[in-house]
Write a protein that binds this ligand. Structure first.
Ligand SMILES: Nc1ncnc2c1ncn2[C@@H]1O[C@H](COP(=O)(O)OP(=O)(O)OP(=O)(O)O)[C@@H](O)[C@H]1O
Length: 560
């Protein structure tokens, strides 16, 4: 007992020692000299209290504890306005897309736990069926399990034997399954099959649930499109005569499903980079899951940790690729190491808007759904050339082709012009030259194109939402450029401001003594901005110089 008590006292003394000088024993008030006999008795007292610990109280400073009731009460956590602001800013940063905090949780908790519980599939479990496709980097088969496993829902499966990028694809699929399973085909398992020497390199085996027979590419090539999709996605054939309204509703539903799937991927920091009708599959699975899903994550990049940042750029499908080709600025050419990429990911995401690459591709799919004459490869390639000549301005393209449009093309424009042209507005906000000016998947989902109630045009609320949408879609970097240009243009002796040459000088030099306040302020801002970008780029380059291993592929199970 004595020991426990003394230990407790000892522990408390550690915390309270900060108050020692301010709070002497009450019998010896502050300022008064303590007489020698009293000091001796105090020592004796300390020694008595210290019994059981082995050290006298002169060492333990037990006096503090004994008289702790006289100390000011600890106030605990004190809330201050700057403290709260800092905490809010930190939390917002950690949760901003692509999500540093959820990323840590996913990687160190969810992924870890999942590894123990996911049902393993072995090579011998698989019975090969018909070949579904063969790309440059793998072969895809419909397969089944030799012995059904209770943990795996019955039904056909899909197996991809991937030679290259298989590891990346396993990583992406596992991330997607944990973060937004409904966006993509359901991934079951992936492993590395170590082939014996002489039989070629390693092969990654990836297994998904078989979602269905039809890709969007198959469906839009049919003359019946979009009616061939109607019953699949709406559950029944609409009670409407064939025509624009009915087609519009079907296309709206497909677009909503695809935007929803993309929003899921983007919210977790994954950019697909190969969105095209061939990589969209209609999932027949169950009544609740009859929806379009995304497949083929081999070219995807995980910007939370910087995986697959550049490798497949050269493989992007030119028919659907956005004009920027690179999803990240070429000033940040390759991904930093995982911890740095994770820490910087919200900044890089905001600076580069990498998700808008997929939005452009989806915009082209939207175009193909609306204009039957753009559904063939050749016509799409030709459209891309025309659009490039129009500086990627869809309105300019429309002005170019509309006067001599075929009935097919005219019908497409009519469909987009329904309800005050909200379809056209959504399309033009997706297909734009500058990534930053394109809408995000989330913003597009809130577009009134998807919220029509009946066919009587927009309600007041929908109109308000449209105004709000337009306001949020403005590219405010343009405003900043405008101010700088304005300052440059107004730089005459009579009007003040800066000339272009002066601005250039400000970008390069430091604020100087005797310079005008306006000049020095701007020079400082530009300097901070320069420093920030330089530090960011340098830290990345520095980390990249060290050879990066594909650390994350270590967790992929091996089948010898
Ligand atoms: N989960 C799935 N359910 C049903 N079919 C699928 C599934 N995954 C893939 N497929 C079919 O397999 C085909 C090839 O798949 P995928 O695009 O992933 O392979 P790939 O080797 O990357 O092909 P490519 O290089 O041509 O893009 C798809 O077009 C689709 O028909």
């Amino acid at each position: 007992m004595a020991t426990a008590g003394a230990l407790r006292l000892g522990h408390a003394s550690f915390f309270l020692s900060g108050h020692r000088r301010r709070s002497p024993p009450p019998s010896f008030p502050t300022g008064r000299k303590v007489p020698a006999p009293a000091r001796a008795s105090a020592h004796l007292h300390d020694l008595f209290v210290g019994v059981g610990v082995g050290l006298p109280c002169t060492v333990m400073e037990c006096g503090d504890i004994i008289y702790r009731s006289t100390l000011p009460r600890p106030t605990g956590l004190t809330l201050t306005a700057p403290g709260v602001a800092l905490a809010v800013a930190a939390v917002s940063y950690l949760w901003a897309t692509p999500g540093v905090a959820p990323g840590f949780f996913d990687m160190f908790v969810l992924a870890f736990v999942e590894r123990f519980f996911r049902p393993a599939i072995h090579k011998d479990d698989i019975v090969l069926g018909k070949k579904l496709g063969e790309g440059a980097f793998g072969v895809v088969y419909k397969v089944s399990l030799a012995n059904p496993k209770p943990s795996i829902k019955e039904g056909d499966l899909v197996l991809k034997k991937a030679t290259e990028y298989g590891a990346v694809e396993i990583w992406m699929n596992e991330r997607v399954r944990r973060a937004c399973a409904s966006s993509c085909a359901y991934f079951l398992y992936g492993f590395l099959e170590n082939k014996s020497k002489g039989k070629g390199g390693d092969e990654y085996w990836l297994i998904w649930r078989f979602e269905g027979e039809d890709t969007l590419a198959d469906l839009i090539q049919s003359k019946e499109f979009p009616y061939n999709v109607e019953a699949k996605i709406l559950g029944e054939v609409q009670d409407l005569p064939k025509g624009l309204q009915r087609e519009n509703k079907i296309i709206q539903t497909i677009m909503r499903q695809l935007l929803f799937a993309l929003d899921g991927l983007h919210s977790t920091g994954i950019v697909h980079r190969d969105i095209k009708p061939q990589n969209v599959i209609f999932s027949e699975g169950g009544n609740w899951a009859r929806t379009f899903k995304i497949i083929d994550l081999g070219a995807a990049t995980d910007l939370r940790v910087g995986i697959n940042y550049i490798p497949k750029e050269f493989l992007l499908d030119p028919r659907y690729a956005a004009p920027e080709q690179y999803i990240m600025s070429t000033q940040t050419p390759s991904a930093p190491s995982a911890p740095v990429a994770t820490a910087l990911s919200p900044v890089l995401w905001q600076l580069n808007s990498p998700d808008r690459f997929d939005i452009y591709s989806l915009g082209l799919i939207f175009l193909q759904m609306v204009f039957p004459s753009l559904r063939s490869d050749n016509s799409l390639v030709q459209f891309n050339r025309q659009l490039k000549r129009c500086n990627y301005d869809l309105s300019a393209w429309r002005n170019l082709v509309e006067p001599r449009a075929s009935p097919d093309l005219r019908k497409g424009f009519e469909l987009l012009d329904l309800d005050g042209g909200i379809g056209w507005e959504l399309l033009t906000s997706m297909v734009r030259y500058k990534a930053r000016q394109r809408t995000s998947a989330k913003a597009a989902l809130a577009h009134p194109f998807f919220k029509r109630e009946g066919l009587l045009g927009l309600s007041i609320m929908q109109n308000l939402r449209l105004q709000q949408y337009r306001a949020t879609q403005k590219d405010y970097s343009e405003a900043a450029n405008w101010i700088i240009k304005f300052m440059a243009k107004s730089g005459t002796a009579s009007e003040g401001g800066f000339t272009e040459a002066q601005l250039q000088e400000l970008r390069e030099i430091k604020p100087k003594k005797g310079g005008s306040q306006q000049r020095n302020l701007l020079a400082s801002i530009l300097r901070v901005q320069r420093k920030l970008i330089k530090t960011l780029n340098e830290s990345m380059d520095d980390l990249n110089r060290r050879r990066k291993s594909i650390w994350w592929s270590r967790w992929i199970p091996r089948e010898e």
